[in-house]
Design a protein around this ligand. Sequence first.
Ligand code: PMP
Length: 387
Amino acid sequence: MQYSERILKTPSSFIRNILKVTDAVDVISFAGGLPNPISFPVDALQASVDHAIRENGSKLFQYSSTQGYALLREYIAAKYKRLHGLDINADDVFITTGSQQALELIGKVLINKGDGIVIEEPGYLGAIQAFTLSEPTFYGVTLENDGLNLEELENALQQPNVKFIYTVPNFQNPTGLTYSKEKRQQIYDIVSKYDVALIEDDPYGELRFQGEPLPYIGAGKLENSILLGSFSKTVTPGMRLGFIITKNKQLMRHIETAKQATDLHTNIFSQYVIYDYLANNDYTEHVKKIIALYKNQSDAMLDAIQEFFPAHVEYTRPDGGMFIWATMNNGASSLDVFHKAMEQKVAFVPGDPFYTSKTDVNTMRLNYTNATPEVIREGIKRLGSIL
Ligand code: PMP
């Protein structure tokens, strides 16, 4: 069989592949990016399944609209209006099969082969994978402690046929970094001079355990703003519910066409159930519990790193989200360290798959949401001895 160039160029998910080895029961794994399952509101969702079926009957089992369940879209619009001052209504919200699907649809709608995508370096590998299917040219822009490097951003935007910039402004995957308020404004000032879209992918923004919430870079301000959200990190990833917020009507129509071709509509059963859950439970209280859980785990990992890592290792201190990013300043190869760590039964994700233009890097992603503080300490101690 002859395969398409498109699929031959697309990397299979590095993380899903390594999870096959790192998921063994006796391995301490900082490799996954999974929410802690104890945070899933299982009993409340059980009640919502029963209630939603009782109230709506066969509608949960029928085909439905491509844009998504109207009451869920209204809920999301009202929430973003209230919390972020966005001037939007339900028509500006589009429900997707996880925000991962939003990335793939945006690629399909905006990218011709060779068109430019500006992406954080390091960036979210799932986005690199989703966009690669559209065969773009990636322009990586260094992600600094307070956001994108502005000079590199300006240079990248001057390249031909750049269609959009992809950012994760809060508690970024993989670094855990958050763009500062000043950088957000500076990026807005630069982007508004160009005919490009700005994607702000924000699945972690609600999981802030310290510092003040910050305004979005372009959402609510830039004409070509695309804001992505997800219920994966705050309710459950298995229901596969994400959303696109944009006021650009033409973009919305094209996304609708692309989604019709992909899967007709997002699972309507999930949409009814989550709407029922959101309408009948104290979501804010629920998210507060996740924040307390992750803060405790993040603190445990930072304390252990401080105690066990050698001085040449630099690391980020996240204000929220799920990840710490470490850089080995002695130039060690992260892949080498990964293999040695697996012998000691501790795992992380080597930095390589998060770059579009570098290999054999000296960085690593550490996830802290899936182990107890005691296990985190033991895993970091083992890793420290290897480093
Ligand atoms: N964007 C980012 C930055 C992510 O970290 C993830 C999940 N790892 C996603 C999108 C995809 O999330 P989902 O499809 O579950 O909404």
